[in-house]
Each structure stands twice: as C-alpha cells, then as structure tokens.
Design a binder for this molecule. Structure first.
Ligand code: SAH
Ligand code: SF4
Length: 352
C-alpha cells in the first residue's frame, strides 16, 4: 500500500482500533496492547514485542506510526526551558517548548504547521500556513519530549504554532487521546487551549463542557486596535468574541484566561486599561499581561514596566485580577514561531 494511503494508527481512539483489529480477526485484548504501545511513544511496530510477528507485518502493510523527530533543540541557560524544532514524515516542521514550573512539567505544543490568521506581532503568522497537524502529530510532540528527557509531562498548553480552533476536529481528537485512561491520562483541567477568537468554535467547544481552560488572545480593548493587529477581528469583532467567552464561562464554570500582549504605544495606555476593564467586567476571567516579544519584520516593542503596573492597578480597581506572565526561556526565543522562522530563513539563505 502506498504510504499516503496507510492508516494513521496513533490517531485512532480505543474503539476505532478495536474495530479495525476485530476486522483483522484479532482478539479484543490485542487492541489494548497496541494502544498502550502507541501511547508509550514507540516508533515502529517491531518494538511491540508482545504482538505476534504476523500481525505486526500486517500492521506495517496497512498502517503507519507518526512521530516527531528532533531537528533542533535549544536549552535555556537561565531556567532549563527546552525548545524543540520537530519534523514529521513529509518534512514539515513545528516548534514545541518544554517548561518546568513548581507543579511539574508543561509542554507547549503546536497544532498547525504555520497559521492562516496573520496576526501582525506573531512570527508564526508572518510565515503563512503550511498544513494542519493530525491528532497523532500533536500527541507525538509530547511523547518525544517525555522520552528525550525521561520525565512525565503533567500539563499541556495548546499555544504553539497554529490556531487550534482552525484545526478543530484533529484538536478534539488529540484531547480525547491525551486524556484517555490508557494513554497519557492527562486530565482536561491540566490542559489549556489558546485561541485568537474563532467565535463559532468557541460555542461548539463550550457545549462539549470539557473542563479545559480557554485562553483567549485578546490583546486589545476595542475593534479599532484589535483589527489593526489581528485580522480575525474583522470577521469576529470583540463584542461577539466576548459574548462567546461569557457563554463558555457560564456553560463550563471555568475561568477564561485573557491574554494581553503589552505593546509599547499601541495598546498599553491607561485609557486602554479602563476600556478593557469595562468590556470584560462580569466575565469569570483572569488577565495575563505579556510584554510583547519583538519579532523580525515588525517594529512592535515591549511596554515599559510602569505601564504594566498601571494596567494591573486599573484592572484591579475594577475587581479584575491581572498578572504578568512569567517569561521562560527568554534567551532561546521560547515564544513559538521564532525558531522555525530562523531555520526556514537560513535554509533559504536569507539570514545567517
Ligand atoms: N493561535 C493561538 C495559539 C498560538 S499563539 C492564539 O493566537 O491564541 C500563542 C500565544 O502567543 C497567543 O496568545 C499569541 O497572541 C501570543 N503571541 C504571538 N506572538 C507574540 C509575541 N510576539 N509576543 C507575545 N505574545 C505573542
Ligand atoms: Fe496564528 Fe496565534 Fe500567531 Fe495569530 S497569534 S498568527 S492566531 S499563531
């Protein structure tokens, strides 16, 4: 069978795997054994030592096991944050970051190679869109990091390259796999999904009542500023987005995390803080302020620290909690999109 026609076995859930194996005339317990191997991160069917050779051969013939190969790895000298550039079978590359917090290890994974959304401050957005990742390719990033460092990851943030809600079906499938009892068994409460605001998908996700944390990349208090930096806002303006956020919080009982990249002279005035407070008042939420990372090709600069303080004070006086997000791996450009873009550029000979 041609490679492209083979089944992506690691993207199958337990029931689907069981159905496929039963069609192959296999007893039920085999699917449990194979599911376990896949979720331990094996790269080939040969590693499944308790599976009969004939069945392994049949699986090789019909299926493939996707995996994330380490192309490049940078380790922060400050805090041990590890940034990976992974490649998949077709040569597409994505970034992922492994971070250590007091409560354990967190992996920030990519959901797409590139992104269609074109946010002006984002290195991924500037690089354009390549393709969606499959559920198994999202999962493989976590597995590769666990195996490379011999540790267990306890938290996941879907905040790497790509817009998760623009790859909705694969992301939902990934969530099912990664939280499954016989998989990595990482609970939804330990997973955050970050979106630029694809409104209809937020409603869909809310109706699933998954208990995961929704992070919304707001970055502006009004349509004028938001549309100038985030094209998605022209399709789904702030009022519609916040209505969907309110719905998500009410439906799930989960606090929304609003991400707000502080950009010098663009969105960091006291008036912006007051407008933001007015807009999000009453939504069960928390605001994360992130001093913007400069990326090549845009001249946005980080806000001064007195701006951050003033923003926090103004939000607090309206009863809204805001904190400055701890930046990890600042010496290795840990925010996603930057490593890949430098590698892609250098391979095209555009920069050193
Ligand atoms: N596409 C999703 C998730 C990936 S981006 C989203 O946009 O939410 C992850 C986070 O990094 C988002 O909050 C995004 O707005 C933010 N981000 C992108 N470029 C940044 C930069 N240069 N500085 C600070 N945050 C940035
Ligand atoms: Fe895409 Fe998110 Fe970057 Fe915007 S910030 S371009 S949605 S990855």
């Amino acid at each position: 069978m041609a490679a492209a026609e083979k089944t992506d076995i690691k993207s199958m859930n337990e029931q689907e795997l069981e159905a496929m194996l039963s069609q192959m005339g296999q007893p039920r317990f085999r699917s449990g054994q194979i599911y376990k191997w896949l979720h331990q991160g094996v790269k080939s069917f040969d590693e499944m030592t308790n599976i009969p050779v004939l069945l392994r051969e049949k699986l090789v013939e019909n299926c493939y096991i996707s995996h994330a190969a380490i192309e490049k790895k940078l380790i922060s000298a400050y805090d041990g944050t590890v940034k990976y550039l992974f490649s998949f079978a077709d040569g597409e590359t994505v970034e992922s970051v492994l971070m250590k917090y007091h409560h354990g290890y967190t992996s920030c994974v990519s959901t797409q190679a590139g992104c269609k959304m074109g946010c002006d401050f984002c290195a991924t957005g500037k690089g354009g869109f390549r393709r969606n990742l499959t559920a198994s390719e999202i999962l493989s990033q976590i597995q590769a990091e666990q195996l490379d460092n011999n540790l267990r990851i306890s938290n996941i943030v879907l905040m790497g390259m790509g817009e998760p809600l623009d790859n909705y079906d694969n992301v939902i499938r990934f969530l099912e796999l990664v939280s499954s009892e016989h998989g990595l068994n990482i609970g939804m409460r330990h997973i955050s999904l970050s979106t630029c605001g694809i409104v209809p998908r937020i409603y869909e996700l809310a109706d699933k009542k998954l208990q995961l944390t929704l992070s919304v990349s707001l970055h502006a208090p009004n349509d004028e500023i938001r549309s100038a930096t985030m094209p998605v806002n022209k399709k789904y303006p702030i009022d519609e987005l916040l209505k969907a956020c309110r719905y998500y919080a009410e439906k799930t009982g989960r606090r929304i995390s609003f991400e707000y990249a502080m950009i010098d002279g663009v969105n960091d005035s006291d008036a912006c803080a007051r407008e933001l407070a007015h807009r999000i008042r009453g939504i069960l939420s928390h605001v994360n302020l992130i001093p913007v990372n400069s990326v090549s090709g845009s001249d946005y600069r980080k806000s001064r620290s007195d701006r951050l303080k003033s923003f926090i004070d103004i939000l607090a006086s309206s009863g809204i909690t805001a904190t400055v997000r701890r930046t990890l791996g600042s010496d290795i450009n840990a925010s996603c999109g930057q490593l890949r873009s430098s590698v892609v550029k250098s391979s095209r000979g555009e920069c050193k």
